[in-house]
Write a protein that binds this ligand. Structure first.
Ligand code: SAH
Length: 359
């Protein structure tokens, strides 16, 4: 019989499991607290449970725990990049950022990604697999335990497309915001999507007041399709209609991410078109100077072009910020650390590594 991933179970599911094992209902509160508040890594640490129950849990369940393979700390701003090893040997990355208002963790939702965005390192080798809810929780739990200090904010902006792993994302969000667990406010959580319309629509119905970030990156379908293959499936008018619906149902303001790539999506005409496109959409634009990825030939826009782009949006009454760059010295961009780790591994074990599929 396959063992149950106990850390991915909701409170009622855990109650059900314990009842099946012949335990009293109050045990669910104890076990849930050990898993999601005390963040134990072993059933043996559940000190107030009888030996019998600990043994039963060990026989029926497994505890997903991430192993820290590497940590890089930025000397510029203290941003930490973590490389975690999953139980099956896959590696994923997460980032911890310290801000005035607290500590924010950026987590991955998949190992690899199959969306194929042209400027992104996460997608170069395609999708390995979806992460489970417990593997997403663990990124937050290990960082909280190792980083010292409570994690207050989460952004699902690491590798992977959250709505390509829908059920596990929703399960993760309910668990991480559970008051019997870490109790992180859903209002402090952002989910970033490349624009999978059915995912956005369905997410609007979940009753989860998280911030939705849309990776826009272009003011029209033509340019967007050049950068993001997903734009061929979901045209901008449908994506933005779904975003509007998300705002209307949840009352949460939207974020539009726009990575500026020199000569591709950064001219003043495109800024003006973007302003027209977003008029009345209750969101703000986050301009991201594109992070150069070795395997791609994209170049970051000049400082002046970025500033001008921003001013055009501002003059049109669109709220806009230029994203502060964090951890530039430690391969802060999506998927870069994982990728260089996989390459190093391939160098060490010739024949076992993956072929380099990157362009
Ligand atoms: N799949 C989701 C979340 C992951 S990427 C999404 O597409 O939104 C998080 C953000 O970083 C996205 O806006 C993505 O387009 C952007 N991004 C990825 N690689 C980048 C790079 N090299 N430079 C700048 N932004 C990048």
């Amino acid at each position: 019989m396959e063992k149950t991933d106990i850390k991915s179970l909701s409170f009622p599911e855990l109650e059900g499991l314990l009842l099946e094992m012949g335990e009293k209902p109050y045990r669910a509160g104890q076990v849930f607290g050990w898993l999601h508040q005390k963040l134990v890594t072993d059933f043996g640490q559940m000190a107030n449970l009888p030996q019998r129950l600990r043994k039963g849990l060990e026989e029926n369940c497994f505890l997903a725990v991430l192993e820290t393979a590497e940590v890089k700390v930025s000397r510029i701003d203290n941003t930490c990049k973590y490389l975690f090893r999953l139980a099956d040997g896959n590696v994923i990355e997460s980032v911890r950022m310290q801000y005035h208002h607290g500590c924010s963790v950026c987590i991955s939702s998949q190992a690899g990604c199959r969306m194929g965005c042209r400027f992104c390192a996460s997608t170069l080798e395609g999708l390995e697999r979806n992460l489970t809810a417990s593997e997403m929780l663990e990124q937050v739990y290990r960082i909280q335990q190792q980083g010292g200090g409570r994690v207050s904010h989460i952004v699902i902006m690491g590798s992977g497309e959250p709505f390509d792993n829908y059920e596990n994302i929703v399960r993760f969000l309910r668990l991480v915001s559970d008051e019997r667990g870490l109790n992180i406010s859903l209002r402090n959580i952002t989910v970033s999507t490349c624009g999978i319309v059915p995912g956005i629509r369905r997410f609007a119905e979940e009753g989860l007041p998280v911030t939705l970030a849309l990776s826009l990156h272009a003011p029209n379908d033509k340019v967007r399709q050049k950068l993001m293959p997903v734009a061929k499936t979901y045209p901008l008018d449908e994506v933005l209609a779904a975003c509007r619906e998300y705002f209307e149902k949840t009352g949460r303001r939207l974020t539009f991410e726009y990575s500026l790539v020199k000569g591709v999506n950064d001219n003043p005409g495109e800024a003006a078109a973007l302003a027209r496109l977003l008029k009345g959409l209750h969101g703000h634009v986050n301009l991201i100077p594109v992070n150069p990825v070795r395997e791609r030939d994209f170049v970051r826009s000049d400082k002046r072009a970025i500033q001008e782009f921003k001013e055009i949006l501002e003059r049109a009454g669109i709220a806009v910020t230029i994203r502060r760059e964090m951890g530039r010295d430690i391969q802060g961009a999506c998927g870069q650390l994982r990728r260089s780790f996989l390459e190093k591994q391939a160098d060490r074990s010739p024949g076992l590594g993956k072929e380099n599929e990157g362009g």
